[in-house]
Ligand binder design. Structure first.
Ligand SMILES: Nc1ncnc2c1ncn2[C@@H]1O[C@H](COP(=O)(O)OP(=O)(O)OP(=O)(O)O)[C@@H](O)[C@H]1O
Ligand code: SF4
Ligand SMILES: [Mg+2]
Length: 434
């Protein structure tokens, strides 16, 4: 059987890919469009297509990492699956129950099982409440009376996340950023949830504190059997914490694979570009030139995303079909789904198609002081789009997102093994998961 024969549509549920376990969370064709309105009558003149057709699942006990540039829809996805936002379309199932449009009243008991750690440890804690009040809120909202009382349980939780139980009566401003993030984690864990969605749990923290929080999440998962969806834009952190990883670009999942498969042989050109930005400080490779792919242009606006493959305006492999036909997310290797007509490390899905002509890429050696001015031909063809930057690429365009570029998405990683198995850039002492 050829690879093409094995190709199947992306499984909507675990189990369909041979994993055997029923998914805890199952998401199908999830869509969120934020309307853009104008005038006093609030006439709808467009929509920000923040999330546009996501299909994935999260299995019990695993950590699904979600990575992508700023503005690609990661937080929106997190808020949709925790039902803090109402989806525009698609379906969200938790433990086999459809929660897509469940009312607030019917959702309340489920909120115990699905919790979120927010991106901003400063903004997500009410400054007028004490730590005891904040961490104890879920008990009051859910009418849960823990054995020994709320105060004792809150103090136990504070201790669990490495805070002093005697800080029960302190206010958020009396804590450091890392400590506040721990308060957010304690609050999320209060009701012993099954699924925790952590939105950039460490990105607002000091590098040294990042390591502590990453290791804390790791330990709590082992101790409490938690299932995580961890959203981040730092590839080193994602590699450290994830079992599987979803790569997002402009509201879509472009690649979804096991961690090792993704880092060792990425298939989507966008993932390849992201990976190339993670330096591998291996003494054995000193002097060797590695290629770094610098994507040109901003991420196009999610208000009017490019036709066909949304990445075609920045992709050096783009051909005519990429501009006209959206590539479906397909399983091209076991446990490895990718949405691309011309994947790396895999069979070309549209061989012989005519390239688009433009210059969208430069490649520089990792050690070079300045980017190489002209495109480098090998191993990539110097081709691309005729509409660089996309239709609304200007940072000033309404709803447009700032492109941090792949080089900003990544930070130096350590890799003693020289096999790319980098520990987090955070300086985390913890071991990568096996
Ligand atoms: N409430 C909203 N109303 C309108 N547009 C929104 C809203 N929330 C998010 N967006 C838009 O949706 C897109 C995705 O936003 P989102 O916050 O999900 O991105 P992100 O991937 O989490 O980015 P970051 O890495 O910067 O946190 C952005 O273009 C953003 O401007
Ligand atoms: S080769 Fe085509 S389909 Fe694949 S990422 Fe590039 S533009 Fe998209
Ligand atoms: Mg976000």
């Amino acid at each position: 059987m050829t690879d093409r024969d094995k190709k199947t549509p992306a499984p909507a549920a675990a189990g369909s890919d041979g994993s055997g376990s029923e998914p805890l969370l199952k998401v199908e064709g999830l869509v969120k469009h934020f309307p853009i309105t104008k005038g006093v009558l609030k006439r709808k003149v467009g929509a920000v297509q923040a999330v546009d057709g996501l299909t994935f699942d999260v299995r019990p006990g695993e950590t699904l990492g979600v990575v992508g540039e700023s503005g690609c829809g990661k937080s929106t996805m997190g808020r949709l699956v925790t039902r803090l936002l109402e989806p525009t379309g698609g379906k969200v199932e938790f433990q086999g129950r459809d929660i897509t449009h469940m009312s607030a009243g019917r959702l309340r008991p489920m909120r115990r099982d699905i919790q979120m750690i927010f991106q901003d440890p400063y903004g997500s804690l009410n400054p007028r409440h004490t730590v005891g009040g904040i961490v104890g809120t879920p008990f009051r909202l859910q009418g849960v009376k823990p054995e020994g009382g709320v105060k004792a349980e809150v103090q136990r939780l504070l201790e669990l996340v490495g805070l002093n139980p005697e800080h029960y009566n302190r206010y958020p401003h009396e804590f450091s950023g890392g400590q506040r993030q721990r308060i957010g984690i304690a609050r999320a864990l209060a009701l012993k949830p099954k699924l925790v969605v952590a939105d950039e749990p460490v990105s607002a923290l000091d590098v040294s504190i990042q390591a502590q929080v990453v290791n804390l999440l790791d330990d709590l998962q082992d101790e409490l059997g938690l299932t995580y969806m961890i959203i981040a834009h730092d590839l080193s952190v994602i590699r450290h914490v994830s079992d599987r990883i979803a790569v997002m670009y402009l509201g879509k999942i472009v690649e979804l694979a096991d961690r090792n498969s993704l880092y060792e042989a990425p298939m989507h050109p966008y993932t390849t570009a992201l990976m190339s930005a993670v330096p591998v400080p291996d003494p054995r490779r000193r002097g060797a030139k590695s290629e770094r792919i610098l994507l040109k242009g901003d991420v196009p606006s999610p208000i009017s995303p490019p036709t066909g493959c949304r990445f075609h305006t920045r992709c050096w492999k783009a051909t005519q079909v990429c501009k006209t036909t959206e590539p479906p997310l397909l399983q091209l290797k076991t446990g490895h789904q990718v949405a691309c007509h011309h994947p790396e490390n895999g069979e070309d899905q549209a061989p012989g198609d005519a390239p688009l002509v433009a210059d969208v890429i430069t490649v520089k050696s990792a050690g070079a002081a300045e980017p190489v001015a002209e495109p480098v031909a090998e191993p990539v063809a110097p081709v691309a789009s005729d509409e660089p930057g996309g239709p609304d690429a200007s940072p000033e365009a309404p709803g447009s997102v700032a492109s941090e570029g792949p080089e900003k998405s990544a930070v130096p990683a350590t890799d003693d093994e020289g096999d790319g198995s980098a520990a987090p850039s955070t300086g985390a002492e913890g071991k990568p998961k096996e």
